[in-house]
Design a protein. Structure first.
Length: 212
């Protein structure tokens, strides 16, 4: 069968998570950079979000659905293991991050990276409004990795692949960088996990290079 094509801007944390999963699984893929709501994305995702996937005549949207497909369709280490407790913990963190943590952090990151201010400077009103949520979620993640150095079980899993790209952006914004610096377990976690080849090899280009 043809090679997997991942369609989406590499700056997207969800695109990066999926690319990390492909690397961890050992599955080769072609990345086609595309912003949300472009025709090639809209053709696959009903809400125009990235990433989307094409595999021959088969298409999918939603990063977790794509990762589950890849996990079953290809040999290699399991992204979603058979162990009931470990898989349950991974799914728990996917749900927590996707439904609560990431949505409450996005307005803060938008304030820096997609500021609508006339001079393009950070939108401090937006940043200040979102900051308490950002700090609370950093504290939550700090507690979560305190015991094992991972979000789920004792090893690196898809839950970590989901969290790390978000933390990477938080590490460059001043207030969240300080909060992570003061979060003892989370800062150690990031320093260690950021050494993984799957994380390094998927380092996104700057937002200024977003295509189309
Ligand atoms: N639940 C989706 C979320 C994907 C998502 O929110 N992607 C962002 C980029 S990081 C996007 O396409 N945003 C455009 C929009 O929400 O309209 C997934 O897991 O793939």
């Amino acid at each position: 069968m043809s090679e997997i094509e991942i369609i989406g801007a590499p700056q997207s944390t969800f695109v990066r998570t999926l690319r990390m999963a492909m690397e961890e699984k050992g599955v080769s893929y072609k990345l086609t950079p595309a912003r949300p709501h472009t025709p090639e994305v809209d053709a696959i995702h009903p809400f125009g979000k990235v990433p989307v996937m094409r595999h021959g005549d088969f298409t999918l949207c939603e990063s977790k659905a794509i990762a589950s497909y890849i996990d079953k369709a290809f040999p290699g280490p399991h992204l979603f293991p058979d162990d009931a407790r470990l898989c349950g913990q991974i799914e728990q963190w996917i749900s927590l991050i996707n439904t609560a943590i990431q949505p409450s952090i996005i307005p803060y990151l938008r304030g820096y990276f997609f500021s609508q201010q006339p001079d393009g400077k950070p939108d401090h009103q937006m940043i200040e409004a979102a900051l308490p949520n950002v700090q609370a979620n950093i504290a939550l993640l700090d507690r979560a990795v305190a015991k094992t150095g991972h979000l789920a079980g004792n090893g690196f899993t898809y839950a970590d692949m989901l969290a790390l790209p978000i933390l990477d952006y938080l590490k460059v914004c001043p207030e969240s960088r300080d909060a992570i610096g003061m979060a003892k377990y989370l800062s150690t976690y990031f320093a260690i996990q950021a050494q993984r080849p799957s994380f390094i090899n998927t380092t996104p280009p700057p937002f200024s290079e977003l295509r189309r």
